[in-house]
Design a binder for this molecule. Structure first.
Ligand SMILES: N[C@@H](CCC(=O)N[C@@H](CS)C(=O)NCC(=O)O)C(=O)O
Length: 295
């Protein structure tokens, strides 16, 4: 549970804010997961978009709210919470209806969400290799140096998360994403989604009959991976069918839709990768017949 202490918060104005304020970015997967949760709970919240492509998350203002410089973060009656899964579990306790974490399975759900969070950099690796063009990184060396210097403390201490972020982005800036890194990330995600597929072979949702936050968390990954060219239908047929069922709900689908302008960009990128035989499927799953790639 990551609730910041007052001394961590350098953007002091938020300490006086009332109600629920959410810092997020439309296309960030962790933000999508949180917004779907908020939609399903029908909670009122005030939106504070943080444009991570323009590095708004690395400004002193935002680092003064989330010292790790990541979205999402919330301010609830002057208290700052970071880490999407911790935020969700916290809000679930305060607003238990409709239930998105079964009361008797809290520990299990928390462990599943930790698993999902542990794969976040793998999702990012595939995103920045196959969805965005590594030739156009959004952060420069100077941005990263500033980030490392300006990041703050979490519960009074500097933790390893910012260092891990800086390492990721430095490697990306210098070398992009190698085939080997892409394959390792794809293999870990495939393994996790095999587990989800097995669960969905015998039930409508990952935990059984009812929708839970675990469905939301994995759906956000699946959606992103699908745009990046991951052959969901070929590798995980039950996941593919579940995805279509979940996307029928507007509270879910509207957070995952790509804006019109980006749709063309994504299609162009996939076409260019296909022309060079360098799609995600070609690089990471060369033996898989990808006739039924879903979009
Ligand atoms: N474990 C964190 C991960 C947050 C995270 O990595 N957020 C991404 C967006 S999904 C971000 O802020 N990225 C910053 C960047 O791209 O530089 C959480 O669950 O909140």
């Amino acid at each position: 549970m990551v609730q910041l202490v007052e001394a961590d918060i350098r953007t002091r104005e938020v300490l006086d804010w009332k109600g629920l304020h959410v810092f997020h970015y439309p296309l960030s997967s962790c933000s999508q997961k949180l917004r779907i949760f908020l939609n399903l709970k029908d909670l009122d919240w005030r939106s504070h978009p943080i444009d991570i492509v323009a590095n708004a998350h690395l400004t002193p203002y935002y680092l003064g709210i989330n010292p790790r410089g990541l979205v999402p973060a919330i301010v609830e009656d002057g208290v700052v919470h970071i880490e999407s899964n911790d935020i969700i579990l916290h809000l679930e306790r305060e607003h238990p209806e409709p239930r998105l974490v079964p009361a008797d399975r809290r520990e299990e759900v928390a462990a599943m969400l930790r698993h999902e969070n542990d794969l976040h950099l793998d999702l990012r690796t595939l995103t920045f290799r196959f969805l965005f063009d590594p030739a156009h990184p959004t952060k420069s060396r100077q941005d990263l140096d500033r980030y490392a210097a300006d990041a703050g403390t979490v519960q009074g201490a500097r933790d390893g998360d910012v260092e891990r972020e800086v390492l990721f982005w430095s490697s990306y800036l210098e070398n992009g994403v190698s085939d080997e890194q892409a394959r390792a990330s794809a293999a870990r995600l495939r393994d996790a989604l095999d587990g989800v597929d097995t669960a969905l072979a015998t039930s409508n949702h990952v935990l059984g009959d009812h929708l839970s936050i675990v469905d939301v968390a994995w759906l956000v990954y699946v959606e992103r991976l699908t745009y990046a060219g991951y052959p969901i239908g070929d590798l995980h047929p039950h996941v593919a069918a579940w995805r279509y069922r979940l996307l029928e709900q507007s509270a879910i689908a509207r957070e995952l839709e790509l804006p019109e302008a980006l749709r063309g960009m994504v299609a162009d990128r996939q076409r260019a990768l296909a022309a060079a035989d360098r799609t995600l499927a070609a690089v990471c799953f060369p033996g898989v017949n990808t006739a039924s790639v879903a979009h």
